[in-house]
Design a protein around this ligand. Structure first.
Ligand code: ADP
Ligand code: MG
Length: 449
């Protein structure tokens, strides 16, 4: 087989990285230059997880990139050395798992091990673990809800992975989106193939349907799902559902479905708190094998607080920026990459400027803020100063510590975390901080002076 030219292969990889930055992984660079034979690009992977990842997510991106790069019609195969192949099987699925036709592919990274728990998701996580340990025997149905990007799909995939890894008696698992369910149903009606449709959905051991809110206002699909649900439930099969809101809040969902969805366990996932966001960022950075300094993690965690997808987006952006520059990730680079630099024309923020505004706002002297007194009326404004110094200047924790009377960097870290935490539950404080930031940047005195 003829290998591609090195330059063609790096061209293909670059195209994939640029067009699909979320899919790109660091180890792509370690893939050997593949052979090209009869229009098929044979990419050899170093291990099974890589092969699975590429096969499930990257076939189209790679073949499109290869076609653009070479101007030829090319498809792609991902393989591993023979020694790594599972005995007697073409597919990598262990025998305990029968993935039904129509089941969506699972993301290899969405496992329980990769899921960070915190107060926001502990119940949902524990329930999913319990369900995957004994499908049909604990919480049935299991209904997870929460807004977008909070880990519902991740948990559903984790249930499938876990069951797969257990290697007990074979279990038939069907995981799909509600949209796919309704599309299949409509097609089946049109083709007069309802019998096959029903057979497929009612003869599984575990049915997981993601984004069930898609049933809203689809009366016939709701009717069909009602019967699917009943058949599975009555035969002790596990049903797992996710939605972006509670059963009752799904618009025009029939009462009989609302009531059934509440029969088992309904678990809500909330927005992650600061500590959980930090832990998620560390995990995602490690997963991508990128070294993110703690202060960059903190910067991202305090700026992006609505959902986890946003956190991942920030990691990808910062990583791509540092790769472009060929420099390690640092705070200043992260700020620029994320557009957190002060807008042009606004005042360059300095620590003395922050001290001036905070002292004026709280009616304190600058010496109070820099001193050692720990009364509450001084301690909080001091922590706010440190927090804003982190957020608005490019100074490191150590530099800020030394500005504040030679304090240790851990004191600064503690202060910034403390303020971020308070801000989450205290809207008045959050509004005050926003107001202070504007004042600091504008360069006017607190009262317009
Ligand atoms: P949803 O289905 O709720 O919209 P996803 O499951 O697709 O959200 O999650 C979005 C991204 O955030 C995924 O990459 C997922 O791995 C990640 N994520 C969400 N919550 C967590 C968590 N607690 N720990 C680790 N990763 C998480
Ligand atoms: Mg989802």
């Amino acid at each position: 087989m003829a290998p591609l030219a090195d330059s063609e292969w790096s061209g293909i990889l670059n195209r994939v990285k640029q067009t699909f930055p979320n899919l790109a992984r660091h180890w792509f660079d370690d893939l050997q230059v593949p052979d090209l034979q009869h229009g098929v690009l044979h990419v050899r992977c170093a291990n099974l997880p890589q092969q699975r990842y590429l096969g499930e997510h990257c076939a189209r991106p790679f073949s499109e990139a290869a076609q653009q790069e070479t101007g030829r019609l090319i498809s792609v195969r991902f393989s591993v050395p023979d020694a790594l192949r599972l005995p007697g099987s073409q597919s990598q699925d262990p025998p305990s798992f029968v993935s039904e036709a129509g089941s969506l592919p699972l993301n290899p990274e969405y496992t329980f091990d990769e899921f960070i728990t915190g107060p926001c998701n502990r119940l949902a996580h524990a329930a999913c673990v319990a369900v995957s340990a004994a499908p049909g025997q604990t919480y049935n149905p299991m209904f997870i809800h929460g807004s977008v990007g909070l880990g519902k799909t991740h948990l559903m995939h984790a249930i499938c992975h876990h069951i797969k890894a257990q290697r007990q008696a074979p279990l038939k698992i069907l995981y799909l989106s509600c949209e796919t369910f309704t599309n299949h149903f409509i097609e089946a009606v049109e083709r007069g193939a309802l019998h096959q449709f029903r057979f497929r959905y009612r003869h599984v051991d575990i049915l997981l349907i993601d984004d069930i809110q898609f049933l809203a206002a689809r009366e016939r699909s709701q009717e069909e799902f009602f019967h699917t649900f009943n058949t599975l439930y009555q035969t002790g099969k596990q049903i797992v559902l996710s939605a972006d809101c509670s059963p009752r809040s799904i618009p025009s969902l029939e009462d009989r479905l609302v009531s059934r969805f509440n029969w088992g366990l309904v678990a809500r996932i909330d927005r992650p708190c600061l500590e959980t966001r930090i832990a998620i960022l560390r995990k995602k950075a490690r997963l991508r094998q990128v070294a993110f300094p703690e202060e960059v993690i903190l910067l991202i965690a305090s700026h992006f607080d609505s959902n986890t997808r946003e956190l991942e987006g920030a990691i990808t952006t910062v990583d791509a920026y540092s790769q472009q520059l060929g420099q390690p990730i640092d705070l200043a680079g992260a700020r620029t990459a994320l557009g957190l630099e002060p807008a042009p024309g606004t005042r360059q923020v300095t620590i003395p400027r922050i001290l001036e505004v905070i002292a004026q706002h709280f009616g304190l002297k600058k010496s109070d803020l820099l001193g050692k007194r720990r009364t509450k009326s001084i301690a909080l404004p001091r922590q706010i100063c440190m927090h804003l110094s982190r957020e608005l200047t490019g100074h490191s924790l150590e530099e800020i510590g030394s500005h504040f009377g030679g304090r240790d960097h851990t004191t600064v870290l503690h202060a910034t975390r403390q303020v971020s935490k308070l801000k989450e539950h205290d809207e008045a404080l959050s509004a005050t901080l926003e107001h202070l930031k504007i004042t600091i940047r504008n360069g006017h005195g607190e009262r317009g002076g």
